[in-house]
Design a protein around this ligand. Sequence first.
Ligand SMILES: Cc1cc2nc3c(=O)[nH]c(=O)nc-3n(C[C@H](O)[C@H](O)[C@H](O)COP(=O)(O)OP(=O)(O)OC[C@H]3O[C@@H](n4cnc5c(N)ncnc54)[C@H](O)[C@@H]3O)c2cc1C
Length: 452
Amino acid sequence: MRTQKLDCLVIGGGPGGATLALHLAQRGIGVALIDHGRAHYSGPFETVLASTKSTWQRMGLLETVKQGLAEDPLRHGAIWGSNELQWRQDEEAGLLLRRGVFDTALRATARSAGAEVYEACRAERGLRGWQLVSESGETILLQPTLLAYATGRAALPGLPKNQPVGPETTAVTVLGGPAPDDRGSAVVEAVRNGWIWTHVPDEGEASAAVLVDRELLKDRKAEDVIEEMFADASGPANRLRDWRVAHANDATMWNRGVAADCLLLGDAAATIDPLASQGVEKAVSAAEHASVCIVAALEHPEWWGRLRALHSRWEHGLQAAHSRSANAFYEVESRFAAEPFWQRRQVSAPDPTQLAGGQVLRRLATVQTARVLMRHGPRIIEVDGAVNEVTGEELARISRVPVAAVLGLFQEPVTLANAVSLAGKDPSLFVLTPHEVHEAIVQLHMRGWLIP
Ligand SMILES: Cc1cc2nc3c(=O)[nH]c(=O)nc-3n(C[C@H](O)[C@H](O)[C@H](O)COP(=O)(O)OP(=O)(O)OC[C@H]3O[C@@H](n4cnc5c(N)ncnc54)[C@H](O)[C@@H]3O)c2cc1C
């Protein structure tokens, strides 16, 4: 049996894991990537927003994975908040991803950059390392210094259990024959029991992702629930013929927190509502952030626990931002406000404006200023910030605002308005606008670091 020592082993070769392996290999890190080849995609293709293109261009990915990518030729529309079909106007076309082809191309890119890529392989963890049998039948013992999991939504032994942060949701993928007039369109439609995203390409079968509460599928056959939802719809889903259920996926929003000895990224760390169409973009950006953390951990092994926590906060921050925009979108749909699916989602986020200027705030006793880790371009550096001594949570900046300096305004309890005006006299804060300082105080309040 061959034994191979390496810097980092990445388990899971979807967009998150393959991009992480690519970034690490490009930085000269010894990395191996294992994918068991049993990925379960949400449908024949997924979409990414036009804004993703510039990120991928910068990473050199647009060209290398072009077999799995195409300009999205479909006309996008929504029946949401009213019975009218509204076509999206004047927006740059996004990209259609042929998942599977796209993921394989991404892994090939990582391999050509120098990563060892093992496909259709299962690795078993033993006392001496990770044992796997390669495609050629060779048994290899991998002994990595660091470990990253990019295994998507899969529940795996040894990883923390996922903690739902949204209603338990199932996405059922349906394939069928579309009406000829619907060709060339992609329509998202709200119905009483959920929403349906129907893609009708110019040729071939149409696919519909049907998002529904798991609760509803407990006592009823999926086909019956879907038939009812299609009958409720007025867009292309209503006109699908001879459809069949292809498969069902979990689509609940959840996060996993920090794992004991490995870094979690992409869907393995935190999932977002499929309504965003940004899961792949999140996984690819997470890989970039994770690669910076892994390089830092190889240089400073004593930081590994803090770096895993730093990356976890990054994932959760992005999840929270997506959750706010999904909530705003769900709130637009008032026709079904009394239905359980919509009631579960129309949860208004805490309104930051509830914090009035005259509100007196003080610093939580367990929050202390300290040196904390922060990403600075391709590196992680230690800077002045603050840490919650109970949770271990570290924070250096909120946007451009240094947290230590803001907390310094709260030596004594002070009103929000006074703290903002005091900031104008603080050398590290006066270059910022009062709005930025105000926002940072609101964020610290929402995090529970500043309390009434
Ligand atoms: C219904 C639905 C629709 C969606 N639509 C979109 C969309 O239109 N656009 C979009 O951007 N996102 C969409 N998403 C989200 C997107 O699919 C995910 O966010 C994205 O795939 C996450 O990438 P990842 O690399 O983290 O995980 P995954 O893509 O899940 O990759 C995980 C990889 O790990 C491998 N693996 C798992 N376990 C093991 C193991 N034990 N050993 C080895 N390998 C393993 C799997 O084979 C797989 O290749 C949708 C999600 C759902 C549920």
